[in-house]
Design a protein around this ligand. Sequence first.
Ligand code: ATP
Ligand code: MG
Length: 325
Amino acid sequence: MPATLMRILSGIQPSGVLHIGNYFGMMRPAIALQAEGEALYFIADYHALTSVRDPAVLRENSRRVALDFLACGLDPERAALFRQSDVPQVTELAWILATVTPVARLELAHSYKDKINRGIAAGAGLLTYPVLMSADILIYDSDLVPVGKDQKQHIEITRDIATRINEAYGPTLKLPAPRIQEKTQTVPGLDGQKMSKSYGNTIDIFADEKEMRKRVMSVVTDSTAVEAPKNPDASTILDLYSLVGTPNEIAEMRAAFEKGGTGYGEFKKQLFGKLWEYFAPMRQRRQEILAQPAYIDEVLAAGAQRANTIADSVMERVRRAVGLR
Ligand code: ATP
Ligand code: MG
């Protein structure tokens, strides 16, 4: 590989089932980037331990994330796909990074505060999540990190931590840059808040037809009457439709909102139709993968090997820099 090849890194937690926010915010951009450099995508199973307490569920979710990511177009010939825990050196780096990280910085992180406000327990794992995430990124000398907007601050923390290490020990870690898609930076969930696996407000990519319809029909709306004009700029339905409709279709729905005479239920039906159609090729590919039982294990094993090679060399550099070797 030429030394100039850009290294692209991103991860997704097996904290639940993948949803369309994950798809448009992270998976689709990550899949598009796999042609532009050396891509490394991982299943963040250490991170998911902050919210999943059932080992069988964690195993099942991790496998499903691999399956669903592949079904959505991750090409293992171009991108390495692996489990975070297949590179345990990352926890060693996280420890080293924690020694230069101010607690106050972690306490102020939006993602941490949002989760606490949602009633998720304020464990040390959740608080130090950005430190482990920094290690995830820095251990591969990553250049670019495609993520949703909720992760922007975590990348800033990563750059801050890397800078602290470099100031303390001399140039050791490479500073990464985020890549956030403006249009899909925060996909709203059924309640209009950020769609999240842990918030119970998702539309899952591979829900069956009945379930996906039910989810879409439960998008929260205001109580504007059928005849009345509706605000197209404050509608979760239209926000979601904009992800899957053509420019013409989106303009038509906007016009129908403003005109009045169409109820939210009708708009939701149109949204469901488009969403179902959009993911049809992915459902097809998923069936094909399911018919090859060994495929996922092979992909994960090859990905883990590639990731370990890079992580070992960066860790050797870090251990020497800080004086452990
Ligand atoms: P959890 O609720 O457990 O945190 P999550 O749904 O937020 O799960 P993550 O695994 O934390 O998913 O995030 C995986 C990737 O998906 C990240 O890059 C994140 O920015 C992106 N992402 C998650 N939710 C959204 C969303 N609603 N809109 C856009 N991007 C998102
Ligand atoms: Mg999240």
